[in-house]
Design a protein around this ligand. Structure first.
Ligand SMILES: C=C(O[C@@H]1C=C(C(=O)O)C=C[C@H]1O)C(=O)O
Length: 409
């Protein structure tokens, strides 16, 4: 296990309460930041006290947990706040496909956080002054096709639908990528500021170059309590208030979308039930209205039977049918075969875990991998036997708009 600490061992960690820090994102001193923010609350971090690339394979979540236990095992933790997210925290991103490399865990040197009116600062290792670099805009953005053109993608949607109708599987989520090139290097802080302002309801995140604003909470663990927000079934926003309401009502009444949502709920129920002493899934979904799309949404809650950490729960849940399909194994094979691309961290778990195993992990949707002047954007949707390729393409375009707005303003 490689640990690039560059700090004294045992690792000194100190958390102290601080006054209201104002806009957390405005505190980030330079690009390559860590962030997990919703409605202005959450955690931001910078610097790296420890970082590891998690080896691909079926044991990757367990491996990550063991690595973290080793790094934090002999740390001297002085935590005056004692709440989920205080003390040392690791941010992480896991690739969608367990066989793909690129899953990463990082313990930032500095973490600034706020929740429920309390704010705190954590330092890991010897404090280092980080000079603040000014944020520049990336200039004009040019787009080009990723692995498939729009018509090619519509074609694979039609092929997937046919295979579903033939009974090979029930649902598969297909995605595509879009390449963006900017005139100047892209400062992730600017993207985060735009995303959190426009999508306050979503989790605005940044970990190891993966940036986005996802509405989908895979799991939050607070002690024994867990919760998840399951999304599946989508319609673009309307052109007027009346059109919006009509589209929302049509989504709610759509057999195709309700079935798609049922698949997602069933997969979450099936994976969480063995871990929980109690589990509640609502009978009917609600409507989640975002600036670009409307989703069918179900808020799931449960109580863990034993001391599973948030990463153990993530390991059990990923990939849900909201981003993989039903049945999972067949859907993953169909995704590998038809998409013809590496999803990287897109649709994989992204979030944070603390030394007690509490944390919040989202599904990395409405996101992009950002490096230098380039960004690779991802979007997709659930395909059923009666999916219309043109509507699925329109849905994916609507989902791309999140990161296009982050890049262009
Ligand atoms: C696959 C994406 O979103 C997922 C698919 C949805 C759908 O098909 O209705 C809805 C929300 C997400 O679970 C994406 O945003 O790229």
């Amino acid at each position: 296990m490689s640990v690039a600490l560059g700090t004294t061992r045992p690792l000194p960690v100190r958390t102290t309460p601080v006054g209201d820090p104002g806009d957390l994102l405005a505190s980030l001193p330079k690009t390559a930041p860590f962030a997990w923010i919703r409605h202005g609350e959450g955690l931001v971090g910078w610097g790296e006290a420890a970082r590891v690339e998690v080896p691909p394979g079926p044991r990757r979540f367990a491996w990550a947990r063991e690595w973290l236990a080793e790094v934090l095992g002999d740390a001297h933790i002085d935590d005056a706040v004692k709440t989920p997210g205080s003390g040392p925290v690791a941010f992480g991103t896991f690739t969608f496909d367990e066989n793909a490399p690129g899953s990463t865990l990082i313990v930032p040197r500095t973490i600034l956080a706020r929740r429920d009116g309390r704010a705190w600062l954590t330092t890991v290792g010897e404090p280092r002054l980080q000079p603040f670099t000014p944020i520049r805009t990336p200039g004009r953005i040019r787009y080009s096709d990723g692995s498939l053109t729009a018509p090619e993608w519509e074609h694979i949607v039609a092929r997937a639908s046919r295979r579903i109708r033939a009974g090979e599987l029930e649902k598969v989520v297909l995605a595509r990528d879009l390449l963006a090139t900017a005139e100047r290097p892209i400062d992730i802080r600017l993207l985060l500021a735009r995303l959190s302002r426009r999508y306050p309801e979503c989790y605005t995140f940044s970990v190891a170059g993966l940036v986005g604003a996802t509405p989908e909470l895979l799991v939050r663990r607070t002690g024994k309590h867990i919760e998840s927000l399951v999304l599946a079934g989508t319609t673009p926003r309307g052109t007027s208030a009346a059109d919006d309401v009509a589209r929302g009502a049509a989504l709610f009444a759509s057999e195709k979308d309700r079935h798609e949502h049922e698949c997602a709920i069933a997969s979450v129920r099936q994976t969480l039930a063995p871990l929980c002493s109690s589990l509640h899934t609502p009978d009917e979904p609600e409507l989640l209205v975002l600036p670009n799309v409307q989703h069918l949404a179900s808020h799931v809650t449960g109580r863990l039977a034993d001391g599973a950490s948030v990463l153990d729960v993530v390991a059990a849940m990923h990939p849900t049918a909201a981003v993989g399909g039903t049945p999972t194994g067949t859907a993953i094979e169909v995704i590998r075969e038809l998409e013809g691309m590496n999803r990287a961290g897109y649709a994989g778990p992204v979030g944070w875990i603390d030394a007690h195993g509490d944390g919040e992990w989202g599904i990395a949707l409405r996101s992009a991998v950002v490096e230098g002047r380039r960004a690779r954007l991802f979007a997709g949707g659930g395909i059923m036997g009666n999916s219309d390729p043109a509507s699925e393409l329109a849905e994916a375009q609507a989902k791309f708009r999140v990161m296009q707005y982050a890049l262009e303003g």
